[in-house]
Design a protein around this ligand. Structure first.
Ligand code: PRX
Length: 628
């Protein structure tokens, strides 16, 4: 693991127009940060007081390392804050969701309409026997029903576990089993680039050997409607109740709101557990201040609710703030590479939040595409998920933002629930650097003993103090949760390598573990390796990340075949297909090498670091533990 190495850091600085600093909510970053650091609990209490609670807390926070309880003994329902509050406060007819389909179709929901749909769905779930504390797995395309279902679960206190619809059978099966889901909700299909991509067929396979599942609810979008065969299958519209009212379940602040799986360093994906009260405060606060979300904004986050970005910045954050969100099932290059810019133009999108991979892809397609459209409505741009390299920053800033829009490069994780580090709008921006801690967060770069490293020296990114939307545990694996807080001193270890400059701006250098970030998605080496080994031809496999100009990293697999199998191009394709079917397209290796042996420690652990160094022609570092 790399540490204490010097990093060359020169960066341009962009000074935003002073008017931005004066108009955004947190223009005076230093003053707000000082207010926070002087009394962190009072700071968060003030934020929480902006929301509606059924019963307020006895204490803002209780910290028994590594366990935190926020807003102790308070009661709430997050959907009251996402829906009722706006419906009853003059925003009934304000647009909550604008949906654009793959073929340009449109659906619009006002807050009133969304409220009614969520209530009908919540009553429908109840009629199927779903109760507070039950888990519901949502495996859906990016359609409004995905959001409606999520909120319906929250309304009745069911724990939602959204699984990105790009995952394959094995990944879905393990998530259903780990969460003990009672109901799985899916759709017949999703539409990608004009083509139908089956989803229900994947669910049918994934529920085999998942005894907790009682029913599969299917949203049938296609004509003619797909037949529902088994006793277990229920039509989504038939499940909906006619009654558009459903009282909010009383939730303790520390009751779980959702489980979301993220790839781990070893073994299967980790079920990150977030709770009702703290998560609500974090999602509300960060959306409001990092994006400076206002009443007349049209906010477009291009993620899918299957990722934490979609949970916090498509669903909860914007709706908690009474905002208007745009979502689309469309891909960025279909029917042509101008489709996203045309959406910004057509709907007057004001805030656009996307991933560096998408920005790099657009860069490659050229400025002519965005230049065909009027992007004058944009006022703020965001980036998330992987390092925004300076070239991509420059393109985003000049070509899309026309040098007017601040860029917030937001660093955070599934585990953190909300943005943790960024350059707040109005502050000087440094391409390549994410920036500083949000007020409310204490981030630092330290050595392996927890001692802060000097500027220019690489180290580990840690968060030193608890924050409201921190994960509370790893589902079924609390020991894994404890590791986050016990690896480097008593700090939360993010698993990223980072460096600070003289002004305290942080730059992310990459992961310090075996998580690989492909096109902004976390992929665990171990998960892909076990998918490969589940193929009859494979004896052993090791997977590494390899730098890629567009996707940040791609997956390369080294495979030892079982006796009786011969390396061939056909076998490579078969193995790639096998991973695609079990884990999904995002986890497919781009390259496979057949090898006779793998570098291992004497205790038999594969040293992926050595493979990676060899692949990239770099020094493998300390190899004293290498077996041979
Ligand atoms: O390595 C960091 C990278 O994504 C990891 C978290 O992944 P995930 O839990 O899937 O959440 C992604 C969306 C929040 C981090 O440990 N990462 C996230 N944002 C950035 C980033 N790397 C560099 N810059 C970012 N802005």
């Amino acid at each position: 693991m790399a540490e204490d190495f010097d990093v060359k850091m020169e960066s341009k600085v962009y000074y935003p127009d002073p008017s931005i600093k004066e108009t955004v909510r947190m223009g005076d970053y230093e003053a707000v940060y000082n207010e926070f650091i002087q009394d962190p609990q009072a700071y968060w209490e003030k934020v929480a007081n902006e929301l509606k609670w059924m019963q307020k807390w006895d204490k803002v926070m209780e910290w028994d390392h590594p366990y935190a309880r926020w807003f102790v003994n308070s009661k709430l329902n997050i959907t009251q804050n996402c829906l009722d509050r706006h419906v009853h406060n003059g925003k009934k007819n304000k647009v909550a969701i604008i949906w654009v389909g793959d073929g340009g179709e449109e659906r619009v929901f006002t807050y009133r309409q969304l409220y009614r749909e969520v209530m009908r769905c919540a009553n429908g779930l109840k009629s199927m026997g779903v109760k507070k504390g039950d888990a519901v797995c949502i495996y859906m395309p990016l359609v409004p029903e995905q959001i409606i279902l999520t909120l319906a679960c929250a309304r009745i206190g069911a724990i939602h576990s959204i699984v990105f619809a790009g995952f394959g059978t094995q990944a879905l099966n393990s998530r259903i089993k780990d969460s003990n889901a009672k109901i799985v909700v899916t759709a017949d299909a999703t539409i990608r680039r004009g083509k139908r991509v089956e989803l229900k067929a994947i669910v049918e396979e994934a529920v085999v050997n998942a005894p907790s599942v009682e029913k599969i609810v299917v949203l049938r979008r296609m004509t003619p409607p797909m037949e529902l065969y088994s006793e277990m299958e229920v039509d989504y519209h038939e499940m909906l109740s006619d009654i558009p009212e459903c009282g909010p379940e009383v939730m303790d602040a520390e009751d779980p709101l959702f489980i979301l799986y993220t790839s781990g360093t070893t073994g299967p994906a980790k079920g990150i557990v977030h709770t009702c009260g703290g998560y609500m405060v974090g999602a509300y606060y960060s959306t409001r201040n990092v994006f400076d979300l206002r009443d007349n904004d049209v906010f477009w986050c291009t993620a899918d609710p299957g990722w934490i970005t979609g949970h916090s910045y498509i669903i909860y954050g914007p709706l908690l703030n009474g905002g208007t969100v745009l979502i689309t099932e469309s891909t960025p290059d279909y029917p042509d590479a101008g489709v996203w810019w045309s959406i910004i133009d057509e709907f007057d999108v004001t805030i656009f939040y996307t991933a560096p991979t998408a920005i790099r892809m657009f860069m490659r397609m050229g400025a002519d595409w965005p230049n065909k459209y009027d992007l004058g409505s944009l006022r703020l741009l965001g980036s998330v998920g992987e390092p925004l390299n300076p070239e991509a920053f420059e393109w985003y800033y000049h070509v899309i933002g026309k040098e007017r829009c601040p860029i917030v490069d937001t660093w955070w994780q599934t585990e953190t629930g909300m943005h943790m580090i960024t350059t707040m709008a109005g502050q000087p921006m440094k391409p390549g650097f994410i920036g500083k801690s949000l007020p409310g967060v204490v981030a630092d770069v330290v050595d392996k003993n927890g001692v802060p490293v000097p500027a220019g020296t690489g180290g580990f990114l840690v968060i030193k103090e608890p924050w409201p939307s921190m994960m509370r545990t790893v589902h079924n694996n609390d020991e894994r949760y404890r590791q986050y807080w016990t690896t480097i001193g008593k700090y939360y270890t993010a698993g990223d390598l980072a460096v600070k400059d003289d002004d305290g701006y942080i730059m992310i250098l990459g992961r310090s573990d075996d998580v690989i970030i492909v096109a902004g998605h976390n992929i665990g080496s171990a998960e892909v390796e076990s998918a490969l080994v589940s193929n009859a031809a494979v004896a052993e496999a090791a997977v590494i990340g390899k730098p890629h100009p567009l996707k940040g990293e791609i997956l390369k697999a080294f495979v030892i075949l079982r006796v009786g199998y011969t390396p061939s191009e056909k076998l490579k394709s078969e193995l790639i297909y096998h991973v695609r079917m079990s884990l999904g397209p995002i986890a497919m290796p781009s390259e496979i090498d057949f090898v006779d042996s793998l570098p291992k420690t004497r205790s038999g652990k594969i040293m992926r670091r050595v493979l990676r160094a060899k692949e990239l022609g770099m020094d493998p570092g300390d190899v004293s533990t290498l077996e041979d």
